[in-house]
Design a protein around this ligand. Structure first.
Ligand SMILES: *Cc1c(COP(=O)(O)O)cnc(C)c1O
Length: 360
């Protein structure tokens, strides 16, 4: 087996142990005589898989018992609509912080379902920093404050959850959930597509405090209604069973690593190593305000953009792949999620130093 170091922003690298276990269990799961892919979602085997995954996730994040944990479909992009459909119907005000491309998409989508108010916009600083909270202008009577803790494309991360002016705090944690411990009690609702830091594409996690759900059911399809999905244990209809199972294997792997405190320390170290290498050279640069630099997605540029193609080709030759920046920003981006080992980051750093010597 020859595996590369995969720096893709998503779908992204998964732990090798998880892939090996999924491989072993692929044709036949634990004496059931069938693959997880072939099981009824209502049968006892899948029920055991689903329950264990939820219990492990609750342990990892220390989720209070009262919070609902939902395993949904549609990705984070569907949540851009479901959040206002559930929490701000009909046409209530909802406040949004705009820190970059994913916030902007959430804002645009929400506009069809609620009265969107942007509390602050990082545009003046080219989304390389976050406007100071004293300047945030929260709308009175907001159903919630929505923000994007980690902007996957810009590489901007808000390391502490902001105070939400008394409204429920809603967070799109697609590219940061499980990268470190968080205090779930600070949030009214957290959502995350799995394919960055959690598992395979196809399952979307929603963690929601029951008190933020509306007293009367919203006039939307049941499969979009958080309260209805919670009552049905995420099985109103067929859930993404295989993705749920693999996410569950990732949760078990995280527990074996020592949980999120240990993971957070490793992630902090990986990010520090890479930013130090970038800052220590005149050849590479990262534009983000150091206090908001992402631990998960590290964009960087080369002093001569003409060398980008050579950089990518040479990197790929030595097994460092998917380093091309997002098509909207160019440059490079190294996504260093939980499953990227420290050695992967160290190998990238030595390659970068070597490349600089030869081309700098
Ligand atoms: C990838 C990503 C999304 C979009 O996720 P989909 O599952 O493709 O809809 C939304 N928000 C953030 C922060 C992301 O990183």
């Amino acid at each position: 087996m020859s595996r590369v170091y995969n720096f893709s922003a998503g779908p992204a690298v998964l732990p090798e142990e998880v892939l090996a276990q999924a491989g072993e269990e692929l044709p036949e799961w634990h004496g059931s005589g069938m693959s997880v892919m072939e099981m009824s979602h209502r049968g006892k085997h899948f029920a055991a898989i689903a329950e264990r995954a939820e219990a492990d996730l609750r342990t990892l994040l220390d989720i209070p018992d009262a919070y609902h944990v939902l395993f949904m479909q549609g990705g984070a992009s569907a949540q851009f609509a479901l959040v206002p459909m559930n929490l701000a119907a009909p046409e209530r005000k909802a406040s949004y912080l705009n820190t970059g491309q994913w916030s902007a998409k959430a804002i645009k989508t929400a506009g069809a379902y609620c009265d969107v108010h942007v509390v602050a916009d990082g545009k003046a600083g080219n989304y390389a920093s976050v406007p100071p909270r004293e300047q945030w202008d929260m709308a009175d009577g907001s159903a919630y404050l929505h923000y994007t803790p980690n902007e996957t494309i810009g590489g901007l991360e808000i390391h502490e959850p902001p105070d939400a002016f008394g409204a429920p705090l809603v967070a799109d944690m697609s590219s940061t959930l499980l990268s470190r411990p968080i205090d779930v009690r600070r949030f009214g609702l957290i959502y995350a597509g799995a394919q960055k830091n959690i598992g395979p594409a196809g399952v979307t996690l929603v963690i929601v405090a029951p008190e933020v759900l509306p007293a009367t059911p919203p006039r939307i399809a049941e499969v979009f209604d958080y309260a209805a999905v919670a009552r049905a244990g995420s099985m109103l209809n067929t859930p993404p069973t295989y993705a749920w199972y693999v996410a569950g294997l990732v949760f078990q792997w995280l527990l074996r690593q020592g949980g999120l405190a240990a993971m957070g320390e490793t992630n902090r170290r990986k990010a520090e190593l890479l930013y130090q290498a970038i800052d220590g050279s005149d050849f590479y640069a990262n534009p983000v305000d150091p206090q908001y630099r992402s631990w998960m997605n590290v964009p960087f540029t080369l002093v001569d953009p003409g060398l980008e193609g050579v950089f990518l080709a040479e990197a790929e030759n030595v097994g460092l792949v998917e380093l091309k920046g997002h098509r909207s920003v160019g440059g490079m981006r190294a996504s260093i999620y939980n499953a990227m080992p420290v050695e992967g980051v160290e190998t990238l750093i030595s390659f970068m130093a070597d490349f600089e010597q030869r081309h700098g």
